[in-house]
Design a protein around this ligand. Sequence first.
Ligand code: UDP
Length: 420
Amino acid sequence: MRPTLDASPLAASLVQSTLTDPGTPSATTPATHAAAMPSVLFVDQSGQLGGAEFALLQLAGHCTARSEVVLLADGPFRARLEALGARVQVISDARVSGVMRQASMLNCLRVVPGLFRQVRAIAARARQFDVLFLNTQKALVLGALGKPLHRRPVIWYQHDILTREHFGRIQLSIVKWLVRLAVDHVVVNSQASARSLAALTGIDADSVPVIYNGIDARAFDRVDGRDVAALRARLGLPRDAWLAGLFGRLAPWKGQHVALDALARLPDVHLVLVGAPLFGEDAYAQRLHEQAAALGIADRVHFAGFQDDVPAWMKAMDVILHTSTEPEPFGRVIVEGMAAARPVIAAAAGGVTEIVRHRRNGWLVKPGDASALADAIGTLRADPELAAQLATQALSDARSEFSVERYLQRMTQAIRQAAR
Ligand code: UDP
């Protein structure tokens, strides 16, 4: 399912925050503020909406006056950016886009001509701006390789755990050398991402600024979560069932299969899977349907597809699950669950442990452990008071530690520093 523009409360809220935030420069703030902000060319590899793209959507939507976004692939992300007033250019090459994470030497050689065309095109755009902001790894490669041509300060927002579990040896090696030779400033989305960067490049992890993603609380405030039955009726969900929600693209490492195994141990609970296979993981999505049928729980599993109105879907849930089997670099969905004032059960690895404090503002379980997940769901279901306590603390933490205002303030500060 493709996102639609008008239905997105997050997008609407972003526009609103751009219009009403007097403390930071934007298209609508006085000229003095706008002048103080350097002009920025943002580059992102994806046309789809993953966590890195939602983070860029907020930032680019905030800096529309003096920025442009280059996407290396077309898709719904472009329309979402344009709806916020961002100028977008797609510079794509089918062969380069097709290079997978586990890139072989042969694959790399095949894409060289297309790659240089893209490098030159990005460098030509970058020369028109003060700063080049690279938001993903392919953006890093193409933007940093062009440094001798554009000679602009390069800032990379690093959103990944840079290990062999996630990426191929060649790709990691390219990243290592580009960071050493052509990147002026790196910022990361969690300490876990910083540690992996340090292990790869030898940079001191403590010297890399951690800028957590920010979640716009107003998009969640706008959804009235008190009449849950009405909300569920509107979304086509069962009114009276106890609902566990799992949000995120369908992909093996996101662990939706672990949630299905847990559900098989909990006779009355329903599971709502919100998200779609964004990057070619259709076979995994099909396997999830088959697994639900084989476990005899298909009538209690609701495949909702990609949804724009995540705040409403989250508020319709009794509990929010996060089940990644590999360390999650950050995990926006966790903070969103907290902002929705719902108890969150999350897999304890990577950046997640910087967000969730066990039994204080959420519940941590061992990644990939369906039995522990089922126990945790059972515990919170049996103790609504505990669940409510966790949710209250979670809401407070989401607002204080992971606000969109703090994210934008720190990110614009980093861009200003890069421009000096
Ligand atoms: N998301 C969405 N609709 C969906 C599923 C997910 O808008 O149907 C959003 C979700 O709200 C979150 C983002 O996609 O903001 C996923 O970010 P996260 O950091 O959790 O995972 P990533 O995609 O970076 O691995």
